[in-house]
Design a protein around this ligand. Structure first.
Ligand code: SAH
Length: 399
């Protein structure tokens, strides 16, 4: 089968040849008119010699005439993009997760570009799957994907989550979560080595659970034994539950969302730690601002939503991170631990550290870094594509 040909401008192929999977709209010289958003196409460098149809072929993937990300490479072969292709990709992705987490079937099964499935996210909660198609091209394969997911793990139910605002960048509509296969109960139960969690696949945030922090919660656990812990921005209580199970004396869970706190409370009950838990609905910043230095917390975890949703929001976002971290550091006694997260892709690691330095100065604290971490291993970072890294996580100690 012949696919439409998209040709890059001169000298724009270098990054792609090193393994990056996107071509941006300003890098494209030529594309056939009338191609539908997300249609399959083949990408070539500039100056392809005449009469050699395959010469210089870069990749086969999704072309989008109106998106800033004009081309997303699915394969560097001229192979068929069909059921078998998706089954192969899904199986490869599954094998890694099964190696990483042999004792549970709860993980991010597909992390988009890092699994060479651009724009696709699949979270697996045992028998149930939560799927996001964030690229127009992936959305076009909805039926084939559902079939391939079914053939690979035989789930009991699949939820299609089309409520992510980034879909708009691809001209995709935001729609309510939809059960597209089988049945999905209101709450699904998952189990890790360090905690059990209820997940609401349909009503929960994003795909239902923040798997990206799973390894970080574990990294914080050793600091929590016998301590008073604040899980600010707790959502379903990931950090606080793991802390409580690791022996925290008391945990305060804070979130602005009532639904999130209800989940956190159900999770505290599920894990048998509810007697040591307190739930506060409100603004984490307000709470921290009224906390006295050396006050009730020895360990504070802060995990705010992405403050910088684009590059242009960066200056304001960095100020907000600085303020939040300064409040948290200010509330901690000598020896206190801050676990600080930023999930904004646009805040890179040097910016994150510089923000923490400013926060420490503002709070007039000497602070040392105990550990710097990133997203969990089921969200691998593609070496050639820094866009696939987004989570920064620091365990800091006040001296
Ligand atoms: N730490 C969680 C994930 C946090 S997601 C985990 O490990 O699963 C970010 C959370 O911050 C969301 O639940 C959102 O409701 C909450 N939030 C947003 N603004 C807030 C604010 N000002 N104060 C408290 N919570 C807030």
């Amino acid at each position: 089968m012949d696919y439409p040909r998209v040709i890059l401008k001169p000298k724009e192929e270098g990054r792609l040849q090193k393994g990056h999977l996107w071509a941006f709209s300003n890098e494209v010289a030529q594309a056939p008119a009338g191609v539908e958003p997300g249609a399959l196409a083949d990408l070539f460098p500039s100056g392809r010699p005449a009469g050699e149809p395959g010469a210089g072929f870069i990749g086969r993937g999704f072309y989008h005439p109106h998106s800033l990300i004009a081309f997303r490479i699915l394969s560097s072969q001229q192979e068929d993009i069909d059921d078998a292709f998706f089954r192969r990709r899904l199986t490869d992705a599954l094998m890694l997760r099964q190696q990483l987490y042999p004792d549970t079937s709860a993980y991010r099964w597909v992390f988009g570009e890092s699994d060479r499935l651009p724009g696709l996210v699949v979270d697996r909660y045992g028998d149930y799957l939560s799927v996001q198609a964030l690229a127009a091209g992936m959305e076009r394969f909805r039926d084939i994907l559902i079939r391939a997911l079914d053939q690979t793990v035989h789930p009991k139910g699949i939820v299609w989550r089309s409520d992510a605002p980034v879909r708009a960048l691809e001209g995709l509509k935001e729609e309510p979560p939809l059960v597209v296969f089988g049945e999905v109960p209101e709450r699904v139960h998952i189990m890790f080595e360090n905690g059990a969690f209820f997940v609401d696949l349909r009503g929960g945030q994003k795909t239902g659970f923040y798997f990206d922090q799973r390894d970080n919660r574990q990294a914080l656990a050793p600091f929590c034994k016998g301590k008073r812990v604040l899980d600010a921005f707790c959502y379903s209580g990931g950090f606080g539950i793991v802390a409580a199970r690791a022996g925290a004396k008391a945990v305060v869970f804070v979130d602005s969302s009532e639904a999130a706190l209800k989940l956190a409370e159900a999770n505290a009950e599920l894990n048998g730690v509810v007697e040591r838990s307190t739930f506060v609905q409100g603004d984490a910043l307000q709470l921290l601002a009224h906390e006295n230095p050396g006050g009730p917390f020895d360990v504070i975890a802060i995990d705010p939503p992405a403050y910088a949703r684009s590059k242009k929001h960066l200056p304001v976002a960095l100020k907000a991170y600085e303020k939040l971290n300064a409040l948290a550091l200010g509330a901690l006694p000598k020896g206190g631990i801050l676990a600080s997260s930023s999930c904004s892709h646009f805040v890179d690691r040097p910016m994150f550290l510089e923000t923490l330095r400013r926060s420490a100065r503002k709070a007039k604290k000497n602070v040392r870094i105990i550990e710097l971490r990133s997203q969990a291993k089921d969200h691998p970072v593609l070496l050639a594509m820094s866009e696939t890294e987004y989570l920064k996580f620091a365990i800091l100690q006040v001296q």
